[in-house]
Design a protein around this ligand. Structure first.
Ligand code: UD2
Length: 307
């Protein structure tokens, strides 16, 4: 009988936890491959197998890919500052291991692959909102290696594949104690602990924050479409922005948090972070046109859940 298993690499990470639990709740068999360098234990489930290992090793990839129908590749060094300080590690994990995974997967009979890509590959935008036609010019190793991985996957035209360029993903379950966490997680954690917030710059920088549930629904819609329609799928061979289509400044975020808590939140301003972009905003029109995916429109409620 043909396998129904989905391999989620990096499945023990923030997005991985949400994606895996949704796939399991839909009755899919899931294998997670994770080295647990930043991931956390997953709740046991009869349809879930967890493999602890480094995706850079071909023997680990072989084991993980055994009897797998589809792959969602979330495994990555997600920290931009870490990729800058350790370029070899960034290239090994974010590009070379991904490329090895794609090659081995198709050799071993996997049908479908989706790559978690990033808005970081656009670099400093000339024009907003960013569309998939906007030029790509990553400013650091993270964006560059993720761009190479995306190109590598999309070169397998004869297979059903696609890449999702994730913008600033947020939601409950992101690690709270790491300097590499997203700004919304850091802010809400500090507010919960009654600590002041730090703004790098003047707070007028803006981001397109996309909720993790919307990211999960984009992965699953694309997965189902690729599995059902193969290379005739409207998403096959393509890359898509996964974003909210709205941007919010850090000062606006802090205003919302202070209205939830009914207090003034103490903020300290520091110099802008090196390599920071000022504004980011994406268009999700392309993915919406292809498979009718839409982000939810309840940013404020979702923000409140972080407290
Ligand atoms: C996010 C992703 C990154 C990549 C990129 C794509 C996270 C953690 N990082 O980087 O992986 O996909 O988007 O463009 O999701 N800031 C503060 N105070 C803090 C922390 C951050 O002011 O305590 C600022 C920071 O300088 C930046 C903004 O908040 O201007 C957003 O920072 P971030 O680290 O959440 O995300 P970003 O956009 O740098």
């Amino acid at each position: 009988m043909e396998s129904d298993t989905v391999l989620v690499t990096g499945g023990a990470g923030f997005i991985g936890h949400h994606l895996t639990s949704t796939l399991l709740s839909q009755g899919r068999k899931v294998k997670v491959l994770d080295d647990f360098s930043s991931g956390t234990e997953l709740p046991t489930h009869p349809l879930l197998t967890v493999i602890v290992g480094d995706m850079s090793e071909s023997s680990v990839r072989e084991e993980a890919l055994h009897e797998v129908k589809s792959v969602i590749n979330l495994a990555a060094i997600a920290s931009v500052p870490l990729c800058e300080s350790k370029p070899k590690l960034s290239s090994r994990v974010n590009y070379l291991a991904a490329q090895g995974l794609f090659k081995d997967a198709f050799r071993l009979g996997v049908s479908t692959i989706i790559q978690a890509s990033t808005s970081a590959l656009y670099g400093v935008p000339n024009e907003l909102p960013l569309t998939e036609k906007s030029p790509t010019k990553p400013i650091g190793n993270y964006g560059l290696d993720k761009q190479k991985a995306e190109e590598s996957l999309l070169s397998f035209h004869e297979h059903p594949v696609c890449a999702l360029r994730l913008f600033n993903v947020f939601g409950v379950g992101q690690k709270r104690d790491s300097p590499y966490s997203g700004v919304l997680t850091i802010f809400s954690d500090n507010i919960n602990k009654n600590l002041p917030l730090k703004i790098f710059g003047d707070g007028h920088q803006s981001r397109d924050f996309i909720h993790v549930n919307d990211v999960v629904s984009a992965f699953i819609l694309c997965l189902n479409d690729l599995e059902n329609n193969g290379t005739n799928s409207k998403v096959s061979g393509k890359k898509f922005n996964v974003c909210s289509g709205n941007s919010v400044t850090l000062l606006e975020v802090i205003d919302s948090f202070s209205s939830f808590t009914n207090t003034d939140i103490e903020v300290n301003f520091e110099s802008p972070r090196e390599g920071d972009i000022l504004h980011s905003l994406g268009s999700f029109e392309f993915l919406n046109n292809q498979i009718d995916w839409k982000p939810s429109e309840n940013f404020t409620e979702r923000l409140r859940e972080l407290l």
